[in-house]
Design a protein around this ligand. Structure first.
Ligand SMILES: [Zn+2]
Length: 274
């Protein structure tokens, strides 16, 4: 049966449009940022012959828990600003080999391109999230500007950082009641940063990389983008509040608890003094 044009696949369109949007927001300068999107096989087969492996790419960590799974990924060293116009060169569709030590390229990443250099953080995070949420599909990394700036000026304590963001916009607590996690500064692209990120991903869908950026996870592109967008907006407000001379009044813990009750969410245990 004739295959449909992969560029019309909804998940390819979503990566193209989201990366353009992230670039427009200034969170993915140059080759900063990366996205991986877990796909079902039957999402792929109308578009691609999955027996047709274009190239095998070894990976330096064990992804066997994802063996046989399909992903749309952005390319290593590729610029987010170019993905929408030249998707086949800047992103790809891959499958994890049965052994878990190779990815099989099924489409894209033309001219010898490789999947994002942050593959360890992405795949380890997918493994961690799937253990706590079988519906998780997206891992997204970018350099959200105000969150990144806050890692220079705010105490790098998960409870304190989370509380500041919750206080800056009423909706934050509802969007990320579990709060966010913070790892130590580590070398990007390494297995070490992947392991650190993934261990936090079991607790929170947002993980801050100090002096670097943010990781977000979610069930679909809108949810994941919206999660990072909400935390980043709070960080932006915090920046303005500090520039305006600091906090004079804020959301009190009892307000935050009222919010949690009204929206049926459970704030991270111990983060509110109630
Ligand atoms: Zn980065």
């Amino acid at each position: 049966m004739k295959k449909l044009d992969i560029l019309t696949a909804p998940y390819v369109q979503e990566v193209m449009k989201t990366s353009a949007n992230l670039y427009r927001l200034g969170w993915d300068e140059r080759n900063g940022g990366n996205i991986s999107y877990l796909l079902d096989e039957d999402w792929v087969t109308p578009f691609l012959d999955v027996a047709q492996v274009i190239r095998e790419i070894p990976i330096k960590f064990d992804a066997s828990k994802l063996a046989g799974r399909y992903f749309a990924v952005t390319g290593s060293g590729k610029y987010f600003k170019n993905i929408q116009d030249f998707p086949a060169e800047n992103m790809g569709i891959i499958r994890i080999s049965d052994s878990g030590n190779t990815v099989e390229l099924l489409w894209g990443l033309e001219n010898g391109a490789l999947p994002t250099s942050e593959l360890p953080s992405h795949f380890m995070s997918h493994i961690a999230r799937l253990e706590v949420d079988p519906e998780n599909r997206i891992i997204m990394h970018n350099h959200a500007t105000h969150l990144l700036a806050m890692t220079f000026t705010h105490e790098l304590n998960e409870r304190a950082f989370t509380r500041t963001l919750w206080q800056m916009c009423t909706e934050c607590l509802v969007v990320f009641p579990e709060g966010l996690s913070i790892i130590p500064w580590l070398i990007p692209g390494s297995n070490e940063i992947g392991e650190a990120t993934a261990s936090k991903m079991k607790e929170t869908r947002l993980v801050v990389w100090p002096q670097h950026g943010i990781y977000g996870a979610g069930r679909d592109m809108d949810e994941t983008f919206g999660l990072i967008e909400t935390a980043e907006k709070a960080a932006q407000v915090y920046t303005y509040v500090q520039a305006q001379g600091g906090v004079r009044q804020t959301l009190e813990d009892e307000n935050l608890q009222q919010l949690a009750d009204a929206f049926g969410v459970t704030p991270h245990e111990g983060y509110l003094d109630i």
